[in-house]
Design a protein around this ligand. Structure first.
Ligand SMILES: *Cc1c(COP(=O)(O)O)cnc(C)c1O
Length: 392
């Protein structure tokens, strides 16, 4: 049996997304800026996609900018706010310690260019507290950027409350909602955010396409210079088939959101409840309350073993999981997210993330539950540190 349980890294394209992109790639090759009818046909599809993405977020079509994905959207939102802030002498940025590298590395670069960055700590379940934001915000704060849901441990932040604190001090608020959009309700008006990032391949759309929502009253500096595409903010001929396919995937997910949340969280809860099995020293990372955790996220630490070895053996058994995030696997540093949650280095090394989606089945969960414990036992039997840990 092969079980794909790495949906937080990327997802398989849905039938809806495929049925949308394939004929467009073949037939709708026009440049949406051309004035002839082949171009206008592409423009119509682009406009429809923009309306669909806007509707899914409760935004207006003119507030949606298409990008190449979550990374670009995050870079753009942060760099734009930093540039606008600097013009008013505001060179302080606030974020959290558990952001995706698309956010953290952008902030690091700004730090080298003279900005001051405050990374808010999180609780041991991964929550940013409103009090810590209140204490960190200053008169020269140019942006607060905090992710809606974490890609490694699945914790869902109180975005509405955090955005309200930023707004009290007239500071714009951005959220990386790449893991949230199409998985939990995301309404830009209800959350009251100024900018929000999303990415198509995290919800069964194609890779290399995403969007940035920017509230119409929020200023936005151009990301790339060139043609007048995307309201002259993001030049370059639009990826019309990819954008339309992403919009179709998003519309489909949002239309089925309640049912998907129910089905996927049932799989998650069964996996969380069953995973320790008879194994001692298994820790669940992230939020304990299922309503404050992404429906598809399971993240556990098996003390005494290396996550990398576990992944390899699981892969041989047909189970595709991840340790930490895809971006950090390959390096021996433990995940910055697990460390921020307060886990010791050794424990953070033995982490396993299984991220589920609508395509996973109950039989697959049974298979995971049958395969994981004996593999962990085998690794522990070979582990030089397990004997000591097991007695503590
Ligand atoms: C995947 C991911 C990104 C990056 O999105 P890409 O489309 O792969 O560039 C950013 N933030 C989070 C939280 C993610 O999970």
């Amino acid at each position: 049996m092969t079980v794909y349980a790495d949906n937080a890294a990327t997802t398989q394209m849905s039938q809806t997304a495929l049925d949308t992109i394939i004929p467009l790639l073949r037939e709708t090759y026009g440049n949406a800026s051309s004035i002839h009818s082949t171009g206008q046909e592409a423009l119509k599809i682009l406009d429809t996609a923009r309306s669909k993405v806007a509707a899914a977020l409760n935004a207006e079509p003119r507030e949606i900018y298409f990008t190449s994905g979550g990374t670009e959207s995050d870079n753009w939102a942060i760099n734009s706010a930093a540039e606008l802030g600097a013009k008013q002498g505001k060179k302080h940025l606030i974020s959290s310690a558990i952001e995706h590298h698309a956010v953290l590395h952008t902030l690091n670069k700004l730090k080298k260019n003279g900005f001051e960055v405050t990374l808010l700590p999180v609780t041991n379940e991964g929550f940013v507290t409103p009090e810590s934001l209140k204490a960190a915000i200053r008169d020269d704060t140019a942006l607060v950027t905090i992710m809606q849901a974490n890609n490694e441990v699945g914790t869902i932040q109180p975005i509405k409350e955090l955005a309200a604190i930023a707004h009290e001090r007239k500071v714009p608020f951005h959220t990386d909602a790449v893991q949230a959009v199409a998985h939990i309700p995301v309404d830009v008006k209800a959350l009251d955010v100024d900018m929000l990032s999303l990415s198509g391949h995290k919800f069964h759309g194609p890779k290399g396409v995403g969007a940035l929502y920017v509230r119409k009253s929020q200023k936005l500096t151009p990301f790339m210079e060139g043609g007048a595409q995307e309201r002259s903010r993001r030049a370059g001929t639009e990826n019309v088939p990819g954008i339309a396919s992403m919009a179709a995937a998003l519309e489909h997910s949002v239309n089925n959101l309640d049912a998907n949340i129910k089905a996927v969280s049932a799989l998650r809860d069964k996996l969380i409840a069953g995973l320790p099995g008879k194994l001692p020293k298994v820790i669940l990372n992230g939020a304990k309350d299922g309503n404050l955790r992404l429906p598809g996220n399971v993240n556990v630490c098996f003390e005494g073993i290396e996550g990398e070895s576990l992944l390899l053996l699981l892969d041989m058994a047909g189970i595709r999981g991840s340790s930490g995030s895809a971006c950090t696997s390959g390096s021996l540093d433990p995940s910055h997210v697990l460390l921020a949650l307060g886990l010791p280095h050794g424990t953070a090394h033995g982490s396993l993330r299984l991220s589920l989606g609508e395509f996973n089945t109950d039989a697959e969960i049974d298979y995971i539950l049958e395969q994981v414990p004996p593999i962990v036992e085998r690794l522990r039997a070979m582990s030089p540190i397990w004997e000591k840990i097991s007695k503590s």
